[in-house]
Write a protein that binds this ligand. Sequence first.
Ligand SMILES: *Cc1c(COP(=O)(O)O)cnc(C)c1O
Length: 225
Amino acid sequence: MITDNLREVRQAVRDSCALAHRKPEEVTLIAVTKTVDSEAARILVEAGITDLAENRVDKLLEKQYNLKDEIHIKWHLIGNLQRRKVKSIINEIDYFHALDSVSLAAEINKRAEKNISCFVEVNVSGEESKHGISPDELLSFIDQLRDYPAITIVGLMTMAPHEANEQELHDIFSRLKILQEDVRQRTLAHAPCTELSMGMSNDFPIAIEEGSTFIRIGTALFKDA
Ligand SMILES: *Cc1c(COP(=O)(O)O)cnc(C)c1O
């Protein structure tokens, strides 16, 4: 049952926060609904989930339409976004988690009718298959985003490799935390960078220990849905 899964995930979040001497309110649980229909998403919203994520533009718009009576939902686009789709989605969402090129930033800025909260995706692990800015290029990338006033960099996002072991996960997430603090301490108006989007079903307890403020959870909530 989805609500049982939710109870388990919430308990695991509390346990990890306790271990890390953090407050559970510091961690926003984003439900990733890409594998389920709108009614499964609705069950979570009725159980108090306020943040929903999709990785595809069409799927996000469809869920939004089906859940339009739920006016308090915050919508997160977590997947990589093609430039030609920016126009149709960028003013419909609350957060975009996968900003990783200047050309995409330019398009977002051009189409934005409000301020757009973005996470810069960082390829911490260096896997070739992964999207994201390399850690070495992060600071210069963020400097370039100054030219796009509609974009605010609220934080950094990463995805750990599936096969990473516990030590490697600690390593990847703690490196993203260090990068986030580097940016935050520069007190840039366009990049407050106070948030960390890291942790999925298999690795969120470690991400929370390392400072995550947004965890993106799919499978753990919907494994039997
Ligand atoms: C699917 C997805 C998730 C959720 O992954 P689970 O392992 O199912 O929790 C998180 N982040 C991104 C970017 C995803 O595409």
